[in-house]
Design a protein around this ligand. Structure first.
Ligand SMILES: CC(C)(COP(=O)(O)OP(=O)(O)OC[C@H]1O[C@@H](n2cnc3c(N)ncnc32)[C@H](O)[C@@H]1OP(=O)(O)O)[C@@H](O)C(=O)NCCC(=O)NCCS
Length: 226
């Protein structure tokens, strides 16, 4: 987890959508929004596991587990004075929370390296032209395959989005942030904003993320804002 986030607590789960039953919501006292009632079972399960993890993470910072509704841009609406973030992907779910007095925002994301077609799409969406040149040399420096590195960059940008989005309050795409460096020894990654998104996030603002491999093909990235 990032430096300066010693007050934040995470809950990372192994999940099995096939073992999930809809009555788990009632059983665990987790609110189910109407759109989740109508969703496919996989979505019902991932929403459940994300909220369940959030409840455990809130308990770890000494707060009661209450409802975490969904905001206008799909963001989780945390209790007052709490910042946090949720992710779920291919058998994992994670939630990360902190009292707002210690962090201005949190972002967490888990991604598994996709198949070839999806990887091409991911590259087209997430990679800036000026990052393409860096990627090959970074593969050697960071001791990562190109697919893993692209997945890491994609995940880092999604964590960046989740952390900034509650302040920026509008959608911004992957082109607004550029990879500056990866430190494979300490598993750190730096993204830099190329445009101003908000007075608190001017062009040149740098997000210092941490990352980890939670499986050989699955990355976790996270960002805590000071
Ligand atoms: C919102 C987004 C980041 C979610 O990431 P994802 O890999 O699709 O899915 P994950 O499982 O990791 O995360 C989903 C969770 O993100 C959270 N989330 C969704 N929208 C959010 C927002 N606007 N702000 C903060 N968190 C948000 C939710 O908790 C959601 O889970 P839930 O619906 O079960 O509550 C992604 O769908 C997206 O829209 N990305 C485009 C914007 C972007 O990343 N720009 C890059 C800027 S450099």
């Amino acid at each position: 987890m990032p430096q300066g986030s010693q007050h934040a607590r995470a809950c990372i789960l192994r999940t099995d959508a096939k073992a999930f039953a809809l009555n788990s919501y009632e059983h665990e006292g987790i609110q189910r929004p109407p759109n989740i009632d109508r969703a496919i079972p996989k979505r019902q399960a991932e929403f459940f596991f994300g909220r369940w993890g959030a409840g455990r993470a809130l308990a770890r910072i000494g707060l009661p587990t209450g409802p975490i509704p969904v905001g206008r841009t799909r963001e989780p609406l945390w209790p007052r004075n709490v910042v946090g973030s949720i992710t779920h992907s291919h058998g994992f779910a994670a939630a990360w929370v902190c009292r707002a007095e210690y962090a201005a925002g949190l972002g967490i994301d888990i991604e598994r390296v996709p198949g070839t077609a999806e990887l091409t799409a991911l590259q087209n969406i997430a990679l800036r032209p000026d990052e393409a040149d860096m990627i090959d040399s970074l593969c050697a420096d960071a001791k990562m395959t190109r697919p893993l590195l692209l997945t890491l960059l994609f995940s880092a940008k999604e964590s960046f989005f989740k952390a900034l989005s509650p302040t920026v309050k509008k959608y911004f795409d992957f082109q607004v942030a550029r990879l500056v460096k990866i430190d494979a020894t300490d598993r750190k990654l730096v993204l830099e904003l190329k445009v101003e998104l908000h007075p608190k996030f001017p062009a040149g603002y740098r997000g210092n993320l941490n990352y980890d491999l939670i499986e050989h093909d699955t990355v976790l990235t996270c960002l805590s804002l000071c």
